[in-house]
Design a protein around this ligand. Structure first.
Ligand SMILES: [Zn+2]
Length: 256
């Protein structure tokens, strides 16, 4: 190769390398036809904040969020864009094996969770008063505002909210399919059965699945940055520390 040819060849090689380096992640982010491995390479969220992991934002105007297409869900809701893509792929795969999946709950921000929490708190007042036990009763299935994984736009409830639904027939078939296949699409069963070794936190929720490529980042950030002084602005927030919300509930999850 003469001198000129070497220069031309070098420029060509550098250009191709640049194109590969800059173009591939963009195509990965589009997602629909990509494998889970490619999606997960593009999911580093570099804009995580305390306000975000505690649900103090508006999904409707958040750049990472999108309205979930109607055919994927049972009501109007928002999720992170790549969670929608991953769920769509999982739904298609399940359908090809005769299993129907539909999202029945998606993102709930701090103020939506506060509304649920305070409604339950008030309903419990007669039995438990304004006590830690009132909160304990709610915490069997519902999160304290500021500590819900539904704040993150990564966690979804699928098909049914009744524990017994998933123990027989159609529901059992659905959860067995998810336990076998959901990992391939990035979803994990965070509130797994006690027999799996998860000892603290909420009762098992066979319907609740979490998009781990993102939610694992938020959990890590949460544990490094959130303190009990950050729990404020709702009835009963003063019990968060005594109830070990961060240690036992936020961290009381299965991680794969
Ligand atoms: Zn849930």
């Amino acid at each position: 190769m003469n001198h000129r040819a070497v220069i031309v060849f070098s420029i060509f090689t550098i250009s191709v390398s640049y194109l590969i380096a800059t173009k591939l992640p963009k195509e990965g982010a589009k997602g629909v036809s990509n494998s889970f491995t490619q999606i997960s390479e593009t999911t580093k969220d570099t804009s995580i904040t305390k306000a975000f992991v505690m649900g103090r934002f508006t999904p409707q105007t958040h750049v990472r969020f999108q309205l979930v297409p109607e055919h994927l869900c049972s009501k109007s809701m928002y999720l992170q864009k790549e969670v929608i893509v991953a769920f769509q792929q999982m739904k298609l795969s399940a359908a090809s094996e005769g299993v129907s999946l539909r999202i029945i709950s998606g993102t709930r921000n701090f103020w939506e969770q506060k509304s649920i929490w305070e409604r339950k708190w008030n309903a419990n007042l007669q039995s438990y008063g304004a006590s830690a036990n009132n909160a304990r009763e709610i915490l069997k299935y519902s999160s304290m505002p500021s500590s819900s994984r539904h704040h993150w736009g990564t966690d979804i409830d699928i098909n049914n909210l009744s524990p017994t639904y998933f123990t027989t027939g159609k529901g059992l078939k659905e959860v067995l399919w998810l336990r076998k296949n959901a990992n391939k699409f990035g979803f994990i069963e965070v509130y797994s059965p006690r027999a799996s070794g998860r000892l603290t936190g909420y009762e098992p929720e066979a319907w609740h699945w979490s998009y781990s490529p993102l939610s694992s980042q938020y959990l890590e950030y949460y544990n490094q940055n959130i303190q009990y002084t950050d729990f404020k602005g709702f009835t009963g927030c003063e019990w968060a520390k005594e109830l070990r919300i961060i240690e036992d509930f936020v961290s009381g999850v299965s991680r794969k």
